[in-house]
Design a protein around this ligand. Sequence first.
Ligand SMILES: [Zn+2]
Length: 268
Amino acid sequence: MISRPSLGIRGRAAAYVMRAALGAVTRVVTTERVVALTFDDGPHAEFTPRLLSILHRHGARATFFMVGTAAARHPELVRLVAAQGHAVGNHSWDHPSFPLIASGERRAQLRACAAALAPYGRRLFRPPYGHLDLASRLDTFRARHEVIGWSFGGEDWLDHDPDWMVDRLVERIQPGTIVVLHDALYHVLDEKYADRSPLLAAVDTVLGRFGKTFRFVSLPELFQAGRVHRRRSFSQPDVDFLNALQPSVGAPRRYPSGVLPMRVSGTE
Ligand SMILES: [Zn+2]
C-alpha cells in the first residue's frame, strides 16, 4: 500500500513554497561576517560619486537600487557604480507604490528601469516604499526579478545626525543583514532632508569601525555566503501620505483613495 502524505505535511509544504516564491529577501543566514549595504533612489550627480569614493577608501562593496528616471539622466554613474564592483538593482522607473498601480504599468515600470540600467542591472528589485501585494509580487516573479527587502534601515530620509545613524547601524549589524539607505531621495519630506552629507559621514564612520571585523559586500556576494531568508510581511500603502509627497523631479503622482488592495500578510 502506498502511503500518502497527510494534509498537514502538504499544507506545510505549500506554505513553504508560497513563502519561497512570494516573500522578499530580508537577510542571509550565515556565520560569515558579511553585510550588504544597499542604497536606493539614486544615482545622484553629487552624492553618488561621494559615496563611491568612501566605499572605495574602505574596500567596501554595496548594491545600488536605482530609479530608472535618474539612471537615464546619469548613464555615466550607472557605468561607474558597476565598474567599481557594486551591484546595480531595479527600483522601478519613477517610484510608484506597486500595489496601487495596474499590472500592466507594474511590468512597464520594471522593463523601463531595466532598460535604463542595461547592461549593468541585475535581476534584483526593491519595491518603492517596500510596498508589495500578491499581484505585484507575481508581476515581479514573471519579470524574473528577485524581490529584496531589508533587515533594517538607517531612517536616513529624516534629519538624524550622523552619530544617531551610526549608533543605529552599529547596534543592528550582524552576519547576513541587509541594510537600506539612500544615496538620493526620490521624495523629499523637507528640503533639509535632501542633503546626504550626514548619511555619508555615518557610512564612513561605520565602515571605519567595522572594517576589520565585517566584510561589506554586494547582494550577489551576500547570497554566496549562506541561505537566503524570505519574509512575507509588507507595509500597507498609506494613500493620503503618498498623495502628499512631492517628487524631487517631475510631476507628483496622485493615487485614488478608497479600497486598499489586499496585501500579502503573515510573518516568518
Ligand atoms: Zn525608494
